[in-house]
Design a protein around this ligand. Sequence first.
Ligand SMILES: *[C@@H]1O[C@H](CO)[C@@H](O)[C@H](O)[C@H]1NC(C)=O
Ligand SMILES: *[C@@H]1O[C@H](CO)[C@@H](O)[C@H](O)[C@H]1NC(C)=O
Ligand SMILES: *[C@@H]1O[C@H](CO)[C@@H](O)[C@H](O)[C@H]1NC(C)=O
Ligand SMILES: *[C@@H]1O[C@H](CO)[C@@H](O)[C@H](O)[C@H]1NC(C)=O
Ligand SMILES: *[C@@H]1O[C@H](CO)[C@@H](O)[C@H](O)[C@H]1NC(C)=O
Ligand SMILES: *[C@@H]1O[C@H](CO)[C@@H](O)[C@H](O)[C@H]1NC(C)=O
Length: 361
Amino acid sequence: MLSLLSILLTAGISAVHGACTTGTISSLSDVSSAQGCATVNINGFTVPAGQGFTLSLANNAVVNLKGNILFGNQSWAGPLFTISGKNITFNGNGYLFDGGGPFYWDGQGSNGGVTKPRPMMKIKMSGVFQNTKIVNSPAQCFSVSNPAPLTISSVYIDNSQGDQPNANSGGLAAGHNTDGFDASTTDLTITGCTIKNQDDFLAINKGSNIVFTNNTCSGGHGVSIGSITSNVVVNGVIISNNHLSNADQALRIKTDAVATNSTVTNITYSGNTGTGLRQFGLLIDQSYPDTLGTPGTGVIISNVNFITSTTSLTVNSGAERVALNCGKGSCTGSWNWSYLKTSGGKAGPITNPPTISGSYQ
Ligand SMILES: *[C@@H]1O[C@H](CO)[C@@H](O)[C@H](O)[C@H]1NC(C)=O
Ligand SMILES: *[C@@H]1O[C@H](CO)[C@@H](O)[C@H](O)[C@H]1NC(C)=O
Ligand SMILES: *[C@@H]1O[C@H](CO)[C@@H](O)[C@H](O)[C@H]1NC(C)=O
Ligand SMILES: *[C@@H]1O[C@H](CO)[C@@H](O)[C@H](O)[C@H]1NC(C)=O
Ligand SMILES: *[C@@H]1O[C@H](CO)[C@@H](O)[C@H](O)[C@H]1NC(C)=O
Ligand SMILES: *[C@@H]1O[C@H](CO)[C@@H](O)[C@H](O)[C@H]1NC(C)=O
């Protein structure tokens, strides 16, 4: 009797702990039972307004999106979607996430106005996140903090509807602070993505080994390292073979004028094209939040190179091709800009440069 009971108990416990092979999510109420499975299939559904869709996955899980995910409209802090786990394969299968941006947009983004759920997509997984479309993020789109190497590929971010003013934006573009990827992280590759937005395509505030390659981006503020605050390191960023168009600038490094004890080093640009650039081709500025104001000296920038294949930046008339605003002695070493080619517009100011090879101006 006792042994039969113990067999039953053992069986029960092993069933509870046994590997779940496949789980299906068709509403938020399915999440807790499905998220521990080896394969998680997600059918299209609408997430109730004011709630987030949070997936905390088993290591090595495969997630298949099988329909579109919409988020109900309500002003709250967010995030809208959160995914965590190690060595996850997320297959979007071309389906989309719709953040309902036009409901929130007022031209003020996260600086004011209506409280907007952000980020829209909080990525805390490692592995591969691929082949999905994100439309109309209320404010910042992706925030990435991967626990181990992560590749994000073939993700289409379309916030282009936010380029137009609306009734609440006072004549400004309705979408604002709609950063494509905020990635202060390590071991991240973003490739084969398309971004149409009104702020940075990629913003890196700290981190290492970040690769941004073969992406097509338009609108917005370009590919940014910064703004850099105090006590941070950025080391090892490769920005290559991207097509960057109709942006304030293609490429930018901006450091806070008041920042101290930070370094930005080992930054490689290669094979990018920039066209329709409204203010600058390349902007390296140590005076943030001012643009080309009095530069600080507390962030050391070194080893910023344009190598391997030509990066070609064409700016609009009136815009500046290259502006470099360094503090005295804070842009250091020898920089190789042999593979930077610029055209259009006019030369920008070059203040306190390091040794730069190449005829970039
Ligand atoms: C990662 O997950 C895949 C399943 O998608 C598996 O085949 C592979 O062995 C896992 N890798 C590691 C290092 O666990
Ligand atoms: C939220 O509002 C936006 C803008 O009106 C709309 O495009 C979107 O479909 C709405 N979302 C839902 C789930 O109704
Ligand atoms: C670049 O990305 C596009 C998708 O935008 C893809 O079709 C193409 O194969 C990629 N090229 C390389 C060299 O990875
Ligand atoms: C300088 O920054 C590093 C991180 O990059 C940090 O570990 C260190 O404590 C900082 N030093 C001071 C004096 O704050
Ligand atoms: C420069 O960055 C690359 C990654 O992009 C890394 O592999 C390399 O070790 C870094 N070099 C130094 C000197 O830190
Ligand atoms: C700059 O880098 C290129 C390789 O991309 C190399 O051929 C060239 O010699 C380098 N120039 C200097 C001055 O180091």
